[in-house]
Design a protein around this ligand. Structure first.
Ligand code: ARG
Length: 578
């Protein structure tokens, strides 16, 4: 559609030139004025002519009328002037002949913008704290982050996905205390993460107490945990060996989740990696006279910017979360020379990012404006808020398992003879969760309702995956067809489908500009809806003649290709059969 918009914009610019030879208006400016009307009765594109009134010194109604009379391009079937708008109706046949062959030739590259060529983007996402359970709260950063990576890759960027694992901090002190008190190496080797989650929950209950379970609070344990962590920081080999082993176990457990989601990372350099990279930045902060001592701690005062101070060093000299992030950003700039560095975390961390981004700017790094924080809202399940410190956590793994089981049961009813049932149930179960999650604007809080996510009829993952499988099955049944033949568009459903397909690249651009995968999810629903309307109203294999049948098969293949490309962008598996 971008190409067609360009063509039309050029023609409109020429008309404007004729209407006022002194007026200079380029095609790009016209293109930026074009809108998609909310109602197809108002055309496929519309030009609000009040935007030209000043230039042409004329009333919008007059301008629209004149343009409607003058505009003549093959792409446009007719143009109407309505209330100062120029409503443009595209020629269905022209559009189909431009768009469908392009989709079929470009395949997995169809819709890909190229503005990222030669540039690098670093994405920091997922990044769980390793000693803690990997729960549903991490779903957001993991799937939004990976989707942003896919989107940027699609636009030509070289992308580096970094899992900045929280592999350092007092939580390891807690786990070490718990392990030394109650742990059993054998149990951890056998049950892996489950045994560690038990220990984590138990130590937190013991420190803060749990009235329900009759456990009194024992704050001394927190001191013990801090002491164990301090030993780690001072290089105590026994604790470090235990730490390495705990990190390895948790990483392995997380890998299963990433595998189910089809996600891989390019780097796992976590917080511990930056320990020796912080002093240089602290030195720089000092040289620039940015550090202030406040009650023994070192801070950067951000009052002038309307923010509380950024904590750099604690009273005891130990470093903090922002300090590590600053050191990591400098390292990443030196290593990857990024054009953008994207951080995906819950909105709860927005202040943290705003603060240290400001500090990086004050330090004089000229790339401070290339740091981008992408926040997202909270998740609850069936209305229940999630607690992370007590036993009441919903592990991502358990959520996936539940979804997979439910999908398997539904499939058993619908299609008991399906081959590879387990694999498909996994793709659809996990896909249902991913799709449901990404259907909302990322900043909105989400209440997860399992029934809704798993339904095969609503606006869900199973529904769109089912639609994809439908396109595959039509093409398998048809066998070879003439992919190069001229297209014959005869019914509105076909024209509508081509229009939705033609908007894919613009949709991708919009999703990247707004760091918003839900733009793609919504597009997928539009495309699936449009394909299904076409499928139900047009006989494909039984079409009245070869030319029409051929057109419908080409449309099916185009829909399949674009659905597939869009699925890839949001980590949704392409299921050929369901
Ligand atoms: N580990 C942190 C957490 O679980 C998220 C890290 C986000 N990335 C960053 N560079 N700070 O809350």
């Amino acid at each position: 559609m971008l190409e067609i918009k360009k063509l039309i914009s050029g023609a409109v610019a020429d008309c404007v030139q004729q209407m006022n030879p002194q007026a200079s208006l380029d095609a790009e400016a016209v293109q930026n004025m074009l809108e998609y009307p909310p109602d197809p009765k108002m055309g496929d594109l519309a030009l609000p002519c009040f935007k030209l009134s000043k230039l042409l010194r004329n009333a919008p109604v007059k301008i629209a009328g004149e343009l409607a009379a003058k505009l003549s391009v093959p792409a446009v079937a007719r143009a109407e002037a309505v209330n100062g708008y120029l409503n443009i109706f595209l020629d269905d046949g022209y559009l189909a002949d431009r768009i469908v062959p392009e989709v079929l030739t470009k395949g997995t590259k169809y819709g890909a913008p190229d503005f990222g060529e030669g540039k690098t983007v670093v994405l920091d996402y997922s990044s769980p704290n390793l000693a803690k359970p990997f729960h549903i709260g991490h779903l957001g950063t993991t799937v939004i982050g990976h989707s942003l990576k896919k989107l940027h890759e699609f636009a030509g960027y070289k992308c580096v996905g970094i899992n900045y694992v929280g592999d350092w901090g007092t939580q390891f002190g807690k786990l070490i205390v718990a392990f030394k008190k109650w742990g059993d190496r054998e149990a951890v080797e056998q049950n892996g993460i489950d045994a560690l989650v038990d220990l984590y929950v138990r130590i937190n209950n013991a420190i803060s107490g749990n009235a329900e379970q009759g456990i009194p609070a024992d704050p001394a344990l927190a001191d013990e945990a801090r002491a164990e962590f301090l030993k780690m920081e001072q290089g105590d080999e026994e604790n470090l060996a235990l730490w390495r082993w705990l990190v390895e176990k948790t990483l392995k457990a997380n890998d299963e989740i990433y595998h189910q989601l089809g996600i891989t990372f390019d780097s796992y350099k976590g917080e511990s990696f930056y320990t020796d990279k912080m002093p240089a930045q602290i030195q720089k902060l000092r040289e620039r006279e940015l550090l202030k001592i406040d009650d023994g701690a070192s801070i950067v005062d951000l009052e002038a910017y309307g923010m509380p101070p950024c904590l750099i060093l604690k009273r005891d000299g130990s470093s903090l979360y922002p300090t590590r992030d600053i050191a990591a950003a400098v390292y990443r700039k030196d290593t990857y020379d990024f054009d953008k560095a994207i951080y995906v975390t819950s909105a709860g961390q927005s202040l943290h990012f705003a603060q240290w981004f400001k500090v990086v700017e004050l330090m004089g790094y000229d790339w401070a404006d290339k740091l981008v924080h992408v926040p997202y809202g909270t998740v609850s399940i069936n209305g229940a808020k999630l607690a992370t410190r007590t036993g009441n956590v919903i592990l991502l793994r358990d959520l996936f398992a539940l979804a997979i089981d439910k999908v398997a049961a539904i499939m058993e009813e619908k299609n008991p003879n399906l081959e590879d049932k387990n694999k498909i149930a996994e793709a659809v179960g996990v896909g249902a969760i991913v799709f449901y999650y990404l259907s909302n604007n990322r900043i909105r809080d989400i209440n997860f309702i399992m029934e809704d996510a798993l339904s095969f009829d609503g606006n869900t993952g199973p529904y769109v995956q089912y639609t994809y499988a439908r396109t595959c099955s039509v093409l398998t049944k048809s066998g070879e067809y003439d992919r190069g033949a001229k297209l014959t568009v005869t019914v509105p459903e076909e024209a509508e489908l081509v229009k939705v397909i033609s908007r894919f690249e613009e949709t991708v651009r919009e999703a990247i500009d707004a760091y918003e995968p839900s733009v793609i999810t919504r597009y997928i629903l539009d495309l699936a809806g449009s394909y299904n309307r076409f499928y139900h109203n047009c006989s494909i294999l039984g079409a009245e003649n070869e030319a029409i049948k051929n057109t419908r098969l080409a449309l099916t293949e185009a829909a399949k290709t674009v659905l597939g490309n869009a699925f890839d962008l949001i980590c949704l598996a392409k299921t050929e059969k369901i």
